[in-house]
Design a protein around this ligand. Structure first.
Ligand SMILES: Nc1nc2c(ncn2[C@@H]2O[C@H](COP(=O)(O)OP(=O)(O)OP(=O)(O)O)[C@@H](O)[C@H]2O)c(=O)[nH]1
Ligand SMILES: [Mg+2]
Ligand SMILES: [Zn+2]
Length: 172
Protein backbone atom coordinates (compact mmCIF):
# COMPACT_ATOMS: atom_id res chain seq x y z
CA UNK A 1 0.00 0.00 0.00
CA UNK A 2 2.74 2.46 0.96
CA UNK A 3 4.70 1.95 -2.21
CA UNK A 4 1.54 2.67 -4.21
CA UNK A 5 0.88 5.97 -2.48
CA UNK A 6 4.57 6.85 -2.85
CA UNK A 7 4.40 6.11 -6.59
CA UNK A 8 1.27 8.18 -7.15
CA UNK A 9 2.37 11.04 -4.89
CA UNK A 10 5.53 11.28 -6.98
CA UNK A 11 3.42 11.54 -10.12
CA UNK A 12 1.50 14.44 -8.60
CA UNK A 13 -1.69 12.62 -7.51
CA UNK A 14 -2.25 13.18 -3.81
CA UNK A 15 -3.11 10.03 -1.86
CA UNK A 16 -4.86 9.57 1.43
CA UNK A 17 -4.89 6.32 3.38
CA UNK A 18 -8.23 5.79 5.08
CA UNK A 19 -10.50 3.06 6.37
CA UNK A 20 -14.24 3.13 6.81
CA UNK A 21 -13.84 0.32 9.34
CA UNK A 22 -11.10 1.65 11.64
CA UNK A 23 -11.86 5.33 10.98
CA UNK A 24 -8.27 6.05 9.96
CA UNK A 25 -8.02 9.15 7.77
CA UNK A 26 -11.76 9.83 7.86
CA UNK A 27 -11.47 13.24 9.56
CA UNK A 28 -8.93 14.38 6.94
CA UNK A 29 -11.10 13.03 4.14
CA UNK A 30 -14.13 14.93 5.51
CA UNK A 31 -12.15 18.15 5.43
CA UNK A 32 -11.02 17.50 1.87
CA UNK A 33 -14.58 16.88 0.67
CA UNK A 34 -16.23 19.79 2.48
CA UNK A 35 -18.14 22.10 0.13
CA UNK A 36 -17.12 20.10 -2.94
CA UNK A 37 -18.96 17.72 -5.25
CA UNK A 38 -17.12 14.38 -5.16
CA UNK A 39 -17.64 11.21 -7.16
CA UNK A 40 -16.55 7.84 -5.78
CA UNK A 41 -15.34 5.51 -8.50
CA UNK A 42 -13.59 2.14 -8.51
CA UNK A 43 -14.05 -1.58 -8.90
CA UNK A 44 -16.94 -3.35 -7.22
CA UNK A 45 -16.19 -4.23 -3.61
CA UNK A 46 -13.46 -1.66 -2.95
CA UNK A 47 -15.70 -0.03 -0.34
CA UNK A 48 -17.16 3.08 -1.96
CA UNK A 49 -20.60 2.70 -0.36
CA UNK A 50 -19.14 1.74 3.02
CA UNK A 51 -17.11 4.95 2.94
CA UNK A 52 -20.19 6.94 1.98
CA UNK A 53 -22.13 5.49 4.94
CA UNK A 54 -19.28 6.48 7.22
CA UNK A 55 -19.29 10.07 5.93
CA UNK A 56 -23.09 10.42 5.63
CA UNK A 57 -24.70 8.02 8.14
CA UNK A 58 -28.22 8.95 6.96
CA UNK A 59 -27.38 7.68 3.48
CA UNK A 60 -27.66 4.14 4.77
CA UNK A 61 -26.97 2.56 1.38
CA UNK A 62 -26.59 -1.15 0.78
CA UNK A 63 -23.11 -2.71 0.98
CA UNK A 64 -22.14 -6.36 0.58
CA UNK A 65 -19.37 -8.76 1.46
CA UNK A 66 -16.78 -9.66 -1.15
CA UNK A 67 -17.84 -12.87 -2.92
CA UNK A 68 -15.91 -15.75 -1.32
CA UNK A 69 -16.00 -17.73 -4.55
CA UNK A 70 -14.60 -15.05 -6.84
CA UNK A 71 -12.80 -12.71 -4.43
CA UNK A 72 -14.53 -9.78 -6.14
CA UNK A 73 -17.35 -7.38 -5.31
CA UNK A 74 -20.93 -8.31 -6.11
CA UNK A 75 -21.99 -5.16 -7.96
CA UNK A 76 -24.12 -4.12 -5.02
CA UNK A 77 -24.68 -0.49 -6.04
CA UNK A 78 -26.64 -0.49 -9.29
CA UNK A 79 -27.19 3.20 -10.00
CA UNK A 80 -25.46 6.48 -9.21
CA UNK A 81 -26.88 8.61 -6.44
CA UNK A 82 -26.00 11.97 -4.93
CA UNK A 83 -25.98 12.59 -1.16
CA UNK A 84 -25.53 15.85 0.73
CA UNK A 85 -22.58 16.03 3.08
CA UNK A 86 -23.33 17.40 6.54
CA UNK A 87 -22.00 20.96 6.61
CA UNK A 88 -21.93 21.42 2.82
CA UNK A 89 -20.89 19.59 -0.31
CA UNK A 90 -22.04 16.30 -1.74
CA UNK A 91 -20.92 12.80 -2.67
CA UNK A 92 -21.98 10.70 -5.64
CA UNK A 93 -21.83 6.95 -5.03
CA UNK A 94 -21.55 4.96 -8.28
CA UNK A 95 -21.74 1.29 -9.32
CA UNK A 96 -18.41 -0.55 -9.53
CA UNK A 97 -16.64 -0.12 -12.84
CA UNK A 98 -15.97 -3.20 -14.95
CA UNK A 99 -13.34 -1.68 -17.17
CA UNK A 100 -11.93 1.59 -18.28
CA UNK A 101 -13.66 2.82 -21.44
CA UNK A 102 -11.21 4.31 -23.89
CA UNK A 103 -13.77 5.25 -26.51
CA UNK A 104 -13.16 8.26 -28.67
CA UNK A 105 -9.43 8.00 -28.24
CA UNK A 106 -6.79 7.25 -30.85
CA UNK A 107 -4.20 4.58 -30.15
CA UNK A 108 -1.42 7.13 -29.83
CA UNK A 109 -3.53 9.21 -27.43
CA UNK A 110 -3.73 6.58 -24.70
CA UNK A 111 -0.31 7.68 -23.41
CA UNK A 112 -1.56 11.23 -22.98
CA UNK A 113 -3.55 10.07 -19.97
CA UNK A 114 -0.48 8.79 -18.12
CA UNK A 115 1.29 11.90 -16.85
CA UNK A 116 4.83 10.54 -16.96
CA UNK A 117 4.35 8.76 -20.29
CA UNK A 118 2.96 11.95 -21.78
CA UNK A 119 5.83 14.03 -20.42
CA UNK A 120 8.64 11.68 -21.40
CA UNK A 121 6.92 10.73 -24.66
CA UNK A 122 7.47 14.24 -25.97
CA UNK A 123 11.09 13.22 -26.52
CA UNK A 124 10.21 10.21 -28.70
CA UNK A 125 11.42 10.34 -32.29
CA UNK A 126 7.89 10.02 -33.72
CA UNK A 127 5.12 12.28 -32.54
CA UNK A 128 2.57 9.45 -32.91
CA UNK A 129 4.81 6.93 -31.07
CA UNK A 130 2.84 4.15 -29.33
CA UNK A 131 5.85 3.42 -27.06
CA UNK A 132 5.77 -0.28 -27.84
CA UNK A 133 8.42 -0.99 -30.49
CA UNK A 134 9.49 2.25 -32.15
CA UNK A 135 13.16 3.15 -32.52
CA UNK A 136 14.11 6.28 -30.61
CA UNK A 137 11.28 5.77 -28.10
CA UNK A 138 12.05 7.80 -24.98
CA UNK A 139 9.42 5.93 -22.95
CA UNK A 140 10.99 2.50 -23.55
CA UNK A 141 14.36 4.01 -22.65
CA UNK A 142 12.94 5.49 -19.42
CA UNK A 143 11.33 2.15 -18.58
CA UNK A 144 14.68 0.44 -18.91
CA UNK A 145 16.28 3.05 -16.66
CA UNK A 146 13.47 2.66 -14.06
CA UNK A 147 12.34 6.24 -14.48
CA UNK A 148 8.87 4.86 -15.32
CA UNK A 149 7.30 2.22 -13.04
CA UNK A 150 6.73 -1.17 -14.68
CA UNK A 151 3.23 -1.32 -13.15
CA UNK A 152 2.29 1.94 -14.86
CA UNK A 153 3.67 0.80 -18.20
CA UNK A 154 1.74 -2.49 -17.85
CA UNK A 155 -1.48 -0.52 -17.23
CA UNK A 156 -0.69 1.52 -20.32
CA UNK A 157 -0.22 -1.64 -22.39
CA UNK A 158 -3.45 -3.19 -21.12
CA UNK A 159 -5.34 -0.04 -22.11
CA UNK A 160 -3.79 -0.19 -25.55
CA UNK A 161 -4.93 -3.81 -25.85
CA UNK A 162 -8.44 -2.82 -24.74
CA UNK A 163 -8.47 -0.31 -27.52
CA UNK A 164 -7.40 -2.85 -30.12
CA UNK A 165 -10.13 -5.19 -28.95
CA UNK A 166 -12.77 -2.48 -29.20
CA UNK A 167 -11.64 -1.65 -32.71
CA UNK A 168 -11.75 -5.31 -33.60
CA UNK A 169 -15.30 -5.67 -32.28
CA UNK A 170 -16.45 -2.64 -34.20
CA UNK A 171 -14.91 -4.15 -37.31
CA UNK A 172 -12.56 -1.30 -38.22
N1 LIG B 1 -11.61 -4.25 6.23
C1 LIG B 1 -12.27 -3.33 5.55
N2 LIG B 1 -13.36 -3.71 4.86
C2 LIG B 1 -14.01 -2.76 4.17
C3 LIG B 1 -13.59 -1.41 4.14
N3 LIG B 1 -14.44 -0.72 3.35
C4 LIG B 1 -15.35 -1.62 2.91
N4 LIG B 1 -15.10 -2.84 3.41
C5 LIG B 1 -15.88 -4.06 3.16
O1 LIG B 1 -15.83 -4.37 1.76
C6 LIG B 1 -17.07 -4.92 1.31
C7 LIG B 1 -17.57 -4.20 0.07
O2 LIG B 1 -17.94 -2.88 0.40
P1 LIG B 1 -18.98 -2.00 -0.47
O3 LIG B 1 -19.03 -0.66 0.22
O4 LIG B 1 -20.24 -2.71 -0.68
O5 LIG B 1 -18.19 -1.85 -1.86
P2 LIG B 1 -18.57 -0.96 -3.14
O6 LIG B 1 -17.28 -0.38 -3.63
O7 LIG B 1 -19.64 0.01 -2.82
O8 LIG B 1 -19.06 -2.04 -4.18
P3 LIG B 1 -20.12 -1.89 -5.42
O9 LIG B 1 -21.32 -1.18 -4.92
O10 LIG B 1 -20.40 -3.31 -5.81
O11 LIG B 1 -19.39 -1.15 -6.51
C8 LIG B 1 -18.02 -4.85 2.51
O12 LIG B 1 -18.07 -6.12 3.12
C9 LIG B 1 -17.36 -3.83 3.43
O13 LIG B 1 -17.68 -4.07 4.78
C10 LIG B 1 -12.43 -1.04 4.91
O14 LIG B 1 -11.98 0.12 4.93
N5 LIG B 1 -11.82 -2.05 5.57
MG1 LIG C 1 -21.51 0.31 -3.61
ZN1 LIG D 1 7.72 6.39 -27.60
Amino acid sequence: MEHLSFLYDCLGYSCLTCSAVTGEGIATLKEMLQDKVTLFSGHSGVGKSTLLNRLVPEANVRTAEISAAHDTGQHTTTFSQLFDLPGGGSIIDTPGIKGFGTFDMEREEVGHYFREIFQIGRECRYSDCTHTHEPGCAVLQALEEHRIATSRYQSYLSMLEDKDEQKYRQGY
